[in-house]
Design a protein around this ligand. Structure first.
Ligand SMILES: Cc1cc2nc3c(=O)[nH]c(=O)nc-3n(C[C@H](O)[C@H](O)[C@H](O)COP(=O)(O)O)c2cc1C
Length: 265
């Protein structure tokens, strides 16, 4: 089992300090009740980008650690070089929250890069508009113009046409029927187009769309950038995933050794 505190991408912003004791306590109770002979290992994820953070996770009782955000800024990651360049410049305060495109209507959130892109600000405004208006027709003219000319660079009717065709092709005519009956649902489907578009343009590294890049990441990338500054790992092209993992684990071992020896003095 892995307990995920506030992370890049989909997150419910849990705090590791409180999550880990709750999860290890639950594990201990269940293992005792059920008499599992081999126990259950509980790992920690979320926010791990500096050796000190990994060390803290092990002190909190983690049996293993899992990284996410730091792996996206490596030669092995499937995203574009443009995204990796932006991630390599991020600091610990350069992330923010935006609505999740796949769970837009229920208000689920993702953590994304804020520095160098306007995706989070625009996506949050789209969510506010979705909450406020009954349908695309009700959106005030100024905001509609901003969305069409500034953000989407196409008009909303064209987006609906493309979205409609996509759902029909994907064998989901009921989605189209519902949207044609329910203007609010049509607005959600049109707005959700932006979440797919902003992910695709980031993955492709389309330079004209940089302000719209949707890049899932947490502040762990900023912590790693600080840790790597002045070393060979400062350049993301050297950040092979095994080298990143090795540097973090070796660093964590050092932190734990120094910390425990200074506490014992
Ligand atoms: C770009 C990206 C994509 C992710 N995709 C998934 C996913 O598809 N499924 C999943 O369970 N977790 C996904 N995660 C979460 C990671 O598995 C991991 O739990 C999390 O990133 C750890 O927190 P951190 O980002 O603070 O290191 C993703 C994370 C990132 C940054």
């Amino acid at each position: 089992m892995c307990a995920e505190a506030d992370s890049g991408g989909h997150t419910d912003a849990a705090v590791a300090y409180t999550l880990m004791p709750a999860m290890t306590g639950l594990r201990d109770r269940i293992v005792a009740e059920r008499g599992y002979p081999d126990g259950i290992r509980v790992g920690a994820a979320g926010g791990l980008g500096a050796p000190e953070s990994l060390a803290a996770a092990f002190v909190l009782g983690a049996d293993f650690v899992l990284t996410g955000s730091v792996n996206q800024c490596t030669p092995q990651a499937g995203t574009s070089d443009a995204v990796k360049d932006l991630l390599a410049q991020a600091d610990v305060q350069d992330t923010g929250y935006a609505p999740a495109g796949d769970m837009f209507e229920i208000g689920a959130r993702v953590q994304v890069l804020r520095r160098g892109t306007l995706f989070a600000a625009r996506a949050n405004k789209l969510y506010q508009a979705y909450r406020r208006y009954d349908g695309l027709e009700a959106i005030d003219a100024k905001l509609r113009r901003t969305i069409e000319e500034g953000w989407f660079r196409r008009d909303l009717e064209q987006v609906w046409k493309e979205t409609r065709e996509y759902h029909l092709r994907a064998g989901r005519p009921q989605e189209v029927e519902r949207a044609e009956r329910d203007p609010r649902h049509r607005m959600a489907l049109v707005f959700r187009w932006y979440f797919v578009h902003s992910t695709r343009t980031a993955m492709r590294g389309d330079p004209a769309e940089r302000v719209n890049y949707q890049i899932h990441t947490g502040p762990a990338i900023g912590a790693f950038n600080r840790f790597a500054a002045g070393t060979a790992l400062a350049d993301w092209r050297n950040r092979h995933v095994d080298a990143v993992a090795e540097a973090l684990m070796a660093g964590a071992a050092e932190v734990l050794r120094d910390r425990f020896s200074s506490l014992g003095r």
